[in-house]
Design a protein. Sequence first.
Length: 265
Amino acid sequence: MNFTQMLEAARANPDKITVPVSWGQGRAVFGGLMAAMVFEAMRQRVEGDRPVRSLAISFVAPAAPEVPLRLEIELLREGKGVSTLLGRAVQDGQVVTLVQGNFGASRASVVQVPALPPEPMKALADSAEELPFMPGITPAFMRHVALRWGVGDLPFTGSSARKMGGWVRLRDIAAQPLSEAHLLALVDAWPPSLLPFLKHPAAGSTLTWTIEFVQPIAQASATDWYRYCVETEHARDGYGHAAAALWAADGALLALSRQTVTVFA
């Protein structure tokens, strides 16, 4: 099942979703897909024209492929302008992913602050070759996304560069309008920002993730290439703290992201 089909399953049958092994990331399901499925179920409960402004995501436990999941959505509050919801992905009676979402209607404001310019990086044509999907070496979900390095270094190269990123797009889906669910997959497709600092392979994963969306979402295709850059701000005792952004190819800001990352080395 491709990304579009997984989102359709989340909307149509949230009580029982089985994620195939092709979406695996080590022993867990790809976190970007988990967040996107919970978001899709959450969005069905929002009344009116209230786009998502932010999501706070906690990966409580690894979600296993091929084991049925249940998506539970709770409306915490629906105010005059903002709806707050809580979403849970439950597997074998255990919460594996927890998402708090804030959906807010637009309002008139005198405050207008333009986004900072995008991180300079190699043009798509000049960036590194597309990272291939290699069974048994790269995570299984990489067959569904494409990365081209344009900033920093690859994982496990002993790099001292704080920044990492480049170009990213979704594979194997039909052209369709870009959505927040697509942005979740595009941002989380990149490896944890601590991995380039290591000299040898080791496990790393996201513990918590906060992502904010620039609304309205730019009119673009989900199959386009997008720019991504993450900066590791601090790391110690097996935990790292990183800030990232995703832009359209023309430099329009789409999303701002923060993650607390664990590394087992």
